[in-house]
Design a protein around this ligand. Structure first.
Ligand code: SF4
Length: 340
């Protein structure tokens, strides 16, 4: 049976209201395998399909470099302390362009260029401009880089970026050397400079409390982003978080559903990572294809490791009975949120 309280909260979302911290917490405490758990996943699925008119998007991320990064986020393969990569490596510009053109030809709705936190901003801008020149003018470019300020945000726009991906990660300031305020300031600077913001509750592991999950959901919602979603932490062998294990794709799909409902009715996008069909049946309509370097992979070239290409991501969405949106991302657009 579905309890009247759960029904009431879900109806509140469908009526266009934001639900409270306590209401989100009550969802997070539900057993995903109960009738109520299934109801929440179905409600999120139906809401995403209504908001996006049954369309899913695939964005392509290209990791430009790897380095033993001094910020030492415990969940990241690039963290110096995790000792996965001992050397610095940067993808040659020709390879970056080739990857970007392939993703564009395969129908990616946006192209992300990602770097480690310590990558030179000047170099990033130069490379970005080169890639921009080779892509079609209406192909969207999104930056996924370390923290920056307003002036750098302006430079990203000049280089042809529409938005950024940024998040206050799970365990920020505890499992990372970065102050959560710094992450927040970057997002504010990006917004002021005119960049759109995509975010996500990530990387979630079994070590995280429901209180921390709800905290991060609400930080994301307050930012009025283009989308949020949920992604799980992938175990990096030898890292100090490895003993905790990983949450299952099923648990992740349930969290994807809770985030979807918490973000409100109007948001078109809800993401999950890594791409999986359960997520696509529980409210996710945005996946990432990956090439180049990847903070969740111990392979230097993730397309030979964990990363899926655009076509594989599209196939997962097709199996979940989504249509694939063609053209520049609707999710990364100004009209993402109807409830400011
Ligand atoms: S997540 Fe970013 S800041 Fe943290 S170690 Fe990895 S590259 Fe560095």
């Amino acid at each position: 049976m579905i309890g009247s309280k759960v029904n009431e909260i879900v109806s509140k979302v469908f009526d266009g209201h934001f639900i409270t911290r306590e209401e989100i917490l009550s969802f997070l405490r539900i057993d995903p395998h109960s009738m109520e758990g299934g109801f929440i996943m179905t409600a999120a699925n139906s809401m995403t399909r209504a908001a996006s008119k049954g369309k899913a998007e695939v964005h392509a991320q290209i990791g430009l470099n790897l380095s033993p990064c001094p910020n030492d986020c415990s969940f990241c393969a690039f963290a110096a302390k995790n000792g996965v990569f001992k050397e610095t490596k940067e993808l040659p510009v020709e390879e970056i362009i080739e990857s970007a053109l392939r993703a564009e030809a395969d129908g990616a709705n946006a192209i992300f260029l990602m770097t480690t936190h310590d990558y030179s901003f000047g170099k990033y801008i130069e490379l970005s401009k080169e890639v921009r020149r080779k892509l079609k003018p209406d192909t969207l470019m999104i930056a996924n880089i370390g923290d920056f300020e307003y002036e750098e945000g302006k430079k990203l726009i000049e280089a042809g970026y529409t938005g950024i991906y940024h998040a206050i990660r799970m365990g920020e300031g505890r499992d990372t050397q970065i102050n959560p305020e710094t992450r927040l300031n970057t997002m504010k600077a990006a917004r002021d400079a005119g960049l759109l913001i995509g975010t996500c509750v990530e990387p979630i592991g079994p070590e995280h409390s429901v209180d921390e999950i709800v905290e991060k959901i609400l930080i994301g919602r307050k930012l009025n982003p283009c989308y949020s979603g949920a992604a799980r932490r992938i175990n990096i062998p030898g890292s100090e978080l490895e003993p905790f294990g990983m949450i299952s794709e099923y648990r992740l799909a349930f969290l994807v559903a809770v985030v979807r409902l918490a973000m409100g009715r109007e948001l078109v996008g809800n993401c999950t990572h890594e791409p999986n069909i359960l997520g696509a049946t529980a409210g996710a309509n945005l996946f990432w294809a990956e090439a180049g370097t990847n903070p969740r992979d111990t392979e230097v070239e993730t397309s030979k490791g964990r990363g899926l290409d655009v076509k594989s991501c599209m196939n997962i969405f097709r199996e979940a009975e989504f249509e694939l949106y063609r053209g520049p991302s609707i999710i990364y657009s100004e009209h993402h949120h109807g409830m400011d």
